[in-house]
Design a protein around this ligand. Structure first.
Ligand code: TYC
Length: 102
């Protein structure tokens, strides 16, 4: 075997796969939106079961806010907008916001 056939291994490179940044959708409490309406919006927009939606509604009611779900930025913003619009269309101040995950 001649020297010319000896190869040195290529340096191992680590492929940089950026993780997509995730955003939380947060439900905010208010004093006016009926509990059942909040539950209905959570079921409709976030595809929650009755039990899940009731739990999230109750947490927001008791603590002031509750994380609903985590999505990519565009999905989080669109769902938050849709859910907030449902409230406004029905005369309620129901509010959802988005926040970048650390
Ligand atoms: N606090 C409201 C009430 O007592 C119910 C409610 C719960 C509203 C959660 C908003 O995010 C909310 N009717």
């Amino acid at each position: 075997m001649s020297d010319s056939t000896i190869t040195t291994p290529k340096p191992k490179t680590r492929a940089k796969t950026e993780r997509p940044k995730l955003y939380k959708v947060i439900l905010l409490n208010d004093d006016f939106t009926p509990r059942e309406f909040v539950v209905a919006v959570l079921k409709r927009v976030f595809r929650m079961s009755e039990a899940e939606a009731h739990g999230v509604m109750l947490t927001a009611h008791q603590l002031g806010a509750c994380v609903v779900a985590v999505y990519t930025k565009e999905v989080a913003q669109e769902k938050s907008r849709q859910a907030t619009d449902f409230g406004r269309d029905n005369g309620y101040p129901l509010a959802f916001t988005t926040e970048k995950e650390d």
